[in-house]
Design a protein around this ligand. Structure first.
Ligand code: HEC
Length: 114
């Protein structure tokens, strides 16, 4: 919300005098919509089987870099709060995968992180 306000303020600075109509150039975003967007790596299959039923890979991957304990808590939250049917045996592999993929994403641009 604050981002939107800041954007509006910027647009206003740039164009309010010239025109009272705020025009948004492009409001569309492209969301990756299948599991192919998960980078290769150990545990990828566990993530596909246990996590992608409810949300796209981008939901999981576009998180700020967080420590391992936070990923454990997140997976636990999916299970307890959202009733995700996650195989308990797969949890360590899922957490390993998330930590590894995030570490890779932090030092290479997303497009080449696959
Ligand atoms: C039963 C459905 C379901 C499954 C399966 C599921 N999630 Fe979620 N997940 C949710 C819901 C609902 C939200 C919250 C929706 C939102 O914030 O947009 C969420 C949000 C998230 C978020 C955003 C941060 C947060 O804490 O809200 C992450 C990261 C995440 N899930 C990871 C995972 C991972 C990893 C798995 C596999 C272990 C998984 N999810 C499986 C339902 C699910």
């Amino acid at each position: 919300m604050r981002g939107v306000l800041a954007l509006l303020a910027l647009l206003c600075l740039a164009g309010c005098d010239a025109s009272p109509v705020v025009q948004f150039k492009d409001a569309s975003i492209t969301l990756p919509d299948d599991s192919d967007d998960l980078p290769e790596g150990p545990g990828r299959q566990a993530v596909i089987e246990n996590c992608t039923a409810c949300h796209s890979p981008s939901t999981m991957l576009q998180q700020p870099g967080v420590p391992r304990a936070k990923w454990e808590a997140t997976v636990a939250k999916m299970i307890t709060l959202y009733k995700a049917p996650v195989d308990p045996e797969a949890v360590p592999a899922i957490v390993d995968y998330m930590v590894a993929v995030q570490a890779r994403q932090s030092d290479v641009p997303r497009e080449t992180a696959r």
